[in-house]
Design a protein. Sequence first.
Length: 300
Amino acid sequence: MNLSELITEERNLDTLDIDTLDTKTMLKKINDQDKTVPFAVEKEIPHIAEAVESIAHRLRKGGRLIYIGAGTSGRLGILDASECPPTYGVSHEMVQGIIAGGDTAIRRAAEGVEDDFEAGETDLKAKNLSSKDAVVGLAASGRTPYVLGALKFSNNKGALTIGVCCTNNSPMQQYSDIMITPIVGPEAVMGSTRMKAGTAQKLVLNMISTGVMIKLGKVYSNLMVDVQATNEKLVERAKRIVKIATGASDIEVEKTLNETDYDVKLAIMMLLTQSDKDTARQLLKDNDGHIRQALGGLAK
């Protein structure tokens, strides 16, 4: 690999003096670089939208969303996947993250494993990958062998493949049905792709998972109506969401949530339609879990 050919490995001419600056000026330089990231991601919205639509289609039919990467990229995928169950009430199987080197690599860098092309295939085989699934390969350079191996295997299995990288014309293109390439340019510290490239990948993953969950009916207005009330903070959030969505009194909200075992979406449906639990549950089932769609059907 010729690192000099990668934009993520170039020297940033705006930060050549970063080691000579006072702390505030140094941080301002880093912040100025960070400000460019959302604009790079914005340019990729058409491709991100295509990914969201395609992934949602797969998940509706019982497929899974699997992120796979090495190093920082792998950790970002695991972070996004791990936050989907409590936020949107999906199973831990529906959205998963895989990192080269396994779980120990989450906390302790195991960078050498990223060079193993066959390991990406091996890790996906262990997940019993099928044509119903969607695989998102993450690599700032777009040429990490572990990720390329995973995407190649995914293609062979008929899974949807999406590549996320921060370089143009990368080898990842030949293995991906959809490419998302926010070009953030050289890092403030040369080659430290946990910085701008990592931030860009985090933003893209936020958009993918949030967009998919909205498409699956996990959001009503801008409320996370499938949130799992697994701790004190989330119990209070559940109550607040139901109150905002329905305008019901605190007493009504708590009573209905207790009746539904803190199923926020079901409680909202019961209160908005003034129906019993079984009727509200059937309305949601008939409308694939979409509150707005269910209410629209009743209005006709």
